[in-house]
Design a protein. Sequence first.
Length: 455
Amino acid sequence: MSQADSRRALMPLTLPQLDFWEEFTFHPDEPIATVAHCLDIDGVTDEQALAAAITQTIAESDALCVRFHVEEDHETPLQSCDPQLRPVLQQYDLRSVADPLQEARLRMEADVAAPLDLRGAGLAATWLMRVGERRYLWYIRAHHIVLDGYGFTLIEQRCGQLYSQRLTGCEAGPAFHPFASFIAEEEAYRASRRQESDRAYWRDEFAAHAPLPVLHRGDKQAGEAPHEVYGTLSADVSAGLRRLSQETGIGWPDLLVLLSGLYLSRSLPRQRIDGREVLAFWLPFMSRWGSLAAHTPAMVVNILPFHLSFGPEESLEDVLRENTATLRTQRRHGRYRIEQMAMDNGMPEGSRYFFSPLINVLPFSAPSFHGCKVTREIMGSGQGEGIDLTFRGEDDGSELSFAMSADPAMFAREPFERHGEALPAFLARALASEALARPIAELLAEQREDALSLA
């Protein structure tokens, strides 16, 4: 079978895709799973080269032309890659309008707000908007069922390589793997002994802790906008994370995850197991390294439950080291899907785990386009739930920012908004040179108790 024929062949959906499909059946008219990025590319000297690089990148990204098939003799949908659904680059020159940037934003926001029909034709779009003499906005949108955040990063990086090649003649690197090859690898894992080993690990992990909250899909509504706070972390916090990483051998993103978990633990319900305090939260896991997915745009990211455990008299250093060891063990079994864990634990149809609180650290620098200054803006990342804390920054931990959201039905606005100041202050205290030796209870006692008051 030729590569073209294999791309048109019917393929099964992965477990996360089946999960998104079920979500869609409950909320077909709501844009709760739209994801979109915008690159601000300033310094473009060859518009045709940029448009050609975008077009080639999209042509390599099979996930952007997925078509779903619902057939009478199948209980679940199938999928294929249909070249006719591949998004065609739309180009707009907005320099003649009064405010090109505002016009571009309004167009992108309207596109993100429009529902996407998984039963229809075309789940992706890509635009190139000229907003200055050498400044362009590249917008790309898709449904989460075909692309996750790192999939966007792969597409952006690939486009930067292809643009730079056209201008300088440098090596562009390999094209993406076919989507069909990724699907075949996923199916092979589900039939492997490795999956059985991973299943055993997670069976024991769930047995050791209290049941996790469950969300019934019919209860999830677009409803009222979430409470949101945004902030930046100082250069001192970034430097503190790098210093602590060097001292402990713990990656700075993991330090940020664990310190954030400790911050939330002061105000959220905890379990008490064998005399230790335990806070359950959720962590996205990229689930790509060592597989074709490392170079394939697709929906791959997993979500794993993590139980942050600490004794009040333990030092901060001991807590960080113990929980890092647990985190690393979990990641060795992280390819085992949360959707499969739900089935293993008897999750009823139409339900899934309630992913709150969720902590996400995204240490991905903007891609490089020859001679250009590039910044990335996330225009849509799907709908969160409960409490969602996301950090973004460069891969070296610099230029860190955070966004925190909360369901207004669960948390009051005024106390929630204090996080804008309280979170950076806690991180600064925890990263002070003397903090490693301090008892964790002493460090947490300095935090406001009412930061997450229930409504």
